[in-house]
Design a protein around this ligand. Sequence first.
Ligand SMILES: C[S@@+](CC[C@H](N)C(=O)[O-])C[C@H]1O[C@@H](n2cnc3c(N)ncnc32)[C@H](O)[C@@H]1O
Length: 240
Amino acid sequence: MLHILKKIIPEPLKRKLKSHQHSAYLRESTKYAYIGEAGPLIRCVFDKIKDIPGWFNIDDCAHFFLILSYQSAIGLKGDLLEIGSYHGRSTALMAKCLQPDEKIVICDAFEIDTDDKYSDKPSPERLVSNIKRLNPNVENERIIIHKCLSNKLKLGREIFRFAHIDGGHSMDQVYFDLNLCSKHIIENGIIAVDDYYNSQWPGVTKGTNHFLSENREFSVLADLNRHGALGRKLYLIKQG
Ligand SMILES: C[S@@+](CC[C@H](N)C(=O)[O-])C[C@H]1O[C@@H](n2cnc3c(N)ncnc32)[C@H](O)[C@@H]1O
């Protein structure tokens, strides 16, 4: 049937149908092959981390890369923080954007039991080796790993220009993590919250909204959907 149709449909109509199919793919596909000629961020960056287990996708990669590079371009300095690294797909991208005198601080439960269950538990060793896929020269002293639940995380005088919250998904946990990060974020620094508005994790939205209602110095810089992902990432900025 299909081969008969192919013969009788005139060429211009075939081309029109093909282009329509392409734009439909653009909206729904999770394959970046459909978005056209891949740029260096895909070829040189995302290609090296996409097989690390995790949920950080090509859009997140672009958004983080742009924000972190822009911060450095305007001279904003500070360490980077991630709560919930898993095997380090997002961590690797963050560490790639470190400036020479900056550190990345990571808190993950690793093998400790968490409310959300992960069968393939990460380890600090594998995390470090995954981080080095994108930044092979980063010294171990600049990768600070806290193997604990974020409720037990003790931060000193660290000041962060960017924090990524992607650990526990309950309302209380997200509210706690946001409050913790907020005390260490530099003015004009950013907190990215994963799984905002994800129907599978309603606690994230509730915890974030609760935090925002109490902390007027933080506002939403961007609320971004991502290719093929259920939830969004919410980018909060601290301003005065
Ligand atoms: C969704 S995964 C992180 C994914 C990763 N950021 C990525 O984009 O690929 C969540 C991680 O948070 C950790 N985690 C869950 N609850 C936590 C808690 N209360 N404190 C610290 N880490 C937690 C888990 O061990 C897991 O590795």
